[in-house]
Design a protein around this ligand. Structure first.
Ligand code: WTA
Length: 645
């Protein structure tokens, strides 16, 4: 096994000795269990699953009818039961959630209280007709009640679909329709950079053409005036009033859907990634425990919003399944200034911080005076996720935030994988800045050529996973063909991640970035086609092509090349606002370049490779012989947008 040869590499950071001495997952333990997870997977996964509560045992660990997997076959369980009830006897008084609003308000909820809140809300949802299998869309600010809503759905066997609160009404409406959701849970608003985000108003617009919704539950977060539609809308506090704080968690099949989460792919339509109960639960439980080893004395802060998979697995499910205490912050990292994160770490004694490279880079750029003004000595472990981290940002995180006391774990995974797939366990191995590193238990990664041939050390290729794992997506909701084609159809028998990567002689995998038309902007996945369809929906736009340009802080910036309809006029600001309205502020192009025409092949395909080169100011290179009209390139290079900066 290559990972056993711990060899030479120039920059490697050893775990601090006292940290290494404190962990359960030592190098020996990892090597032993990793090997067992591949050689005796049934025994390995049974042992992990047996640490959780099941109402009926499984008859088989895995039924793999490629590419469809069933894990813990025939078993029944409930994720909310495992995340809450299981801890009550020993940890009822332990803090489950410390929440801080952007306005500085703090609430604390113990496991016992969270359990009661979830039970009450589950009873409330059931009183408005939600039952097993129904879809519930959650469109909320980052507040404790958002987690309550997720767990209440899980308790009932209802399938939640959380939509990021920063998404626009049309993005929300599209997701509600695709899921056929019956109930929407939202709030009057949330705070972002000192202003109210009016979620309810946006939800009302979304519901004008999403007719599956029968009831809307509205949490009063801000106390702002909102329109309540008679018969459809009901206040959260009215609905839970008088509901019992006991509720029997509904036993569901291991393969019963737990949630749908929409993510961008290379077509215009986001994919509803479907995760199911047993396997996802086991994966979230195991990876959270192995990578972060939370103890009762820890306060774990994953800075993701629950609208993303990181928020599902490491804000909500992973930590709660492990009985950990979590910190939750509603607002923007730069409000009122770039010291906000560090101030909260000091104030609440956060011990583990898990955030995204884009945040780290923007803090790094803001200056060391912000973190240096606060006492960060409570921290003991740092993590990163969502995009490649450049070694410079890694070192800054390690030194300025972790003071060289805290290991940094770089974790690679995807909405589709459900949980962490690659990471170098913090107390077990040296970290190599910029490289996610070694596989998690049961994960068999490889780097292959376009036709599936394995590549040697340090050769760049496609990242694939060779076997199914418990927390893998089961399908794309309502579109199994797309599931088969996208993930298992590129290279037969292998899960195709859509990322480019290389692996060194020690077995450390470095993920370089997407190889498809998916952008990673500030750690958020966005399809170029999604932004393009938003642009062409504007009446003045004839054609649009969107590409990424490397960006120091955001990872990638969005550059849109646009041709206008004959005689039409509009400004780049008009289009930026339009895209923000259509999708959400995260999709707002950084740069719009108006062009007379776009470079196309003779068959009419836009040559994005050339546009990417132009957008990043490089010379266009490579084969241009298929270009239909070569003069287009000259014009694009000469157009004011191109030479102007
Ligand atoms: C990228 C987020 C390099 C990758 C959990 C992947 C990373 C996509 C890393 C998934 C990492 C995530 N190093 N790249 N540590 N983590 N990525 O679905 O391109 O929002 O395919 O899941 O983010 O993004 P998603």
């Amino acid at each position: 096994m290559t990972i056993e040869n711990v060899l030479h590499e120039n920059r490697r950071i050893a775990p601090p000795a006292d940290f290494a001495a404190s962990v359960k997952w030592t190098k020996e333990a990892y090597l032993r269990e990793y090997r067992r997870s591949l050689e005796e997977p049934d025994a390995f996964w049974s042992d992990v699953a047996n640490e959780l509560t099941w109402f009926t045992p499984w008859t088989r660990v895995l039924d793999w009818q490629a590419p469809h997997a069933r894990w813990f076959v025939d078993a029944t369980t409930n994720v909310a039961y495992n995340a809450l009830d299981r801890h009550l006897a020993a940890k009822g008084d332990l803090t489950a959630i410390v929440w801080e609003g952007e306005d500085g308000v703090v609430t604390r909820t113990t496991y016992r209280e969270l359990h009661a809140q979830v039970c009450r809300f589950a009873n409330a949802l059931s009183s408005i007709g939600v039952s097993k299998g129904d879809r519930v869309t959650i469109y909320m600010p980052l507040v404790t009640e958002a987690i309550v809503a997720m767990l209440a759905c899980a308790r009932l066997g209802a399938i939640h679909s959380v939509v990021f609160g920063g998404f626009s009404s049309s993005a929300l409406s599209e997701r509600i329709k695709d899921a056929g959701a019956k109930v929407l849970v939202t709030a009057d608003g949330g705070l972002r950079r000192g202003s109210a985000v009016s979620l309810k108003a946006s939800a009302d617009t979304a519901l004008q053409n999403a007719s599956s919704i029968e009831k809307v539950v509205v949490l009063k977060r801000l106390g702002t005036d909102v329109a309540m539609q008679e018969g459809r809308d009901v206040w959260w506090h009215d609905l839970v009033e008088g509901q019992p704080s006991e509720h029997q968690a509904v036993p569901v099949d291991s393969e019963h859907p737990l949630f749908i989460l929409y993510t961008s792919g290379s077509t215009g339509k986001p994919k509803g990634v479907l995760h199911t109960t047993g396997g996802y639960m086991v994966g979230a439980y195991l990876t959270m425990g192995a990578v972060f080893e939370p103890k009762d004395s820890d306060l774990f802060w994953c800075t993701a919003d629950i609208g993303w998979v990181t928020g599902h697995s490491y804000v909500a499910y992973g930590p709660l399944l492990n009985g950990a205490s979590i910190f939750l912050y509603e607002g923007a990292p730069n409000h009122p200034d770039m010291g906000r994160f560090w101030q909260m770490i000091e104030r609440h004694n956060v011990t583990i911080l898990y955030t995204a490279p884009t945040a780290i880079r923007s803090f790094m750029r803001a200056g060391d005076e912000f973190p240096n003004a606060y006492d960060l000595s409570s921290l003991r472990l740092l993590g990163t996720v969502g995009e490649p981290i450049n070694p410079e940002a890694w070192m800054w995180y390690y030194k300025t935030i972790g003071k060289e006391r805290c290991p940094v774990v770089d974790t690679w995974w995807q909405t589709e994988t459900g949980t962490i797939m690659l990471t170098t366990l913090p107390g077990a191995f040296d970290a190599k800045p910029g490289s996610a590193g070694l596989p998690m238990f049961g994960v068999a990664p490889d780097i292959v050529t376009a036709d599936g041939q394995p590549l040697g050390p340090d050769e760049g290729g496609f990242l694939i996973l060779q076997r199914p794992w418990p927390s893998m997506l089961r399908t794309v909701y309502g579109d199994d063909e797309r599931y088969k084609k996208t993930y298992w159809g590129e290279l037969p028998g292998m899960y195709f991640a859509g990322d480019g990567a290389r692996r060194d002689a020690d077995g450390y995998v470095t993920v370089v970035g997407r190889i498809d038309d998916v952008l990673n902007v500030s750690g958020h996945r966005l399809g170029t086609m999604e932004v393009e369809s938003a642009l062409v929906a504007h009446p003045a736009v004839a054609e649009a092509a969107v590409v990424g340009r490397p960006d120091e802080v955001k990872g990638e910036a969005i550059v849109a090349f646009v041709t206008l309809q004959a005689g039409a006029t509009c400004t780049d600001d008009d289009l930026r606002r339009h895209v923000a309205r259509e999708i959400g502020a995260i999709a707002r192009p950084d740069e719009i370049r108006f062009a007379e025409a776009l470079p196309k092949t003779r068959s009419g395909k836009i040559m994005r490779r050339l546009l990417r080169q132009i957008a990043s100011g490089q010379e266009t290179s490579g084969d241009t012989s298929t270009l239909e009209d070569a003069s287009v390139l000259d014009k694009l290079r000469r157009s004011p947008g191109v030479t102007g900066n």
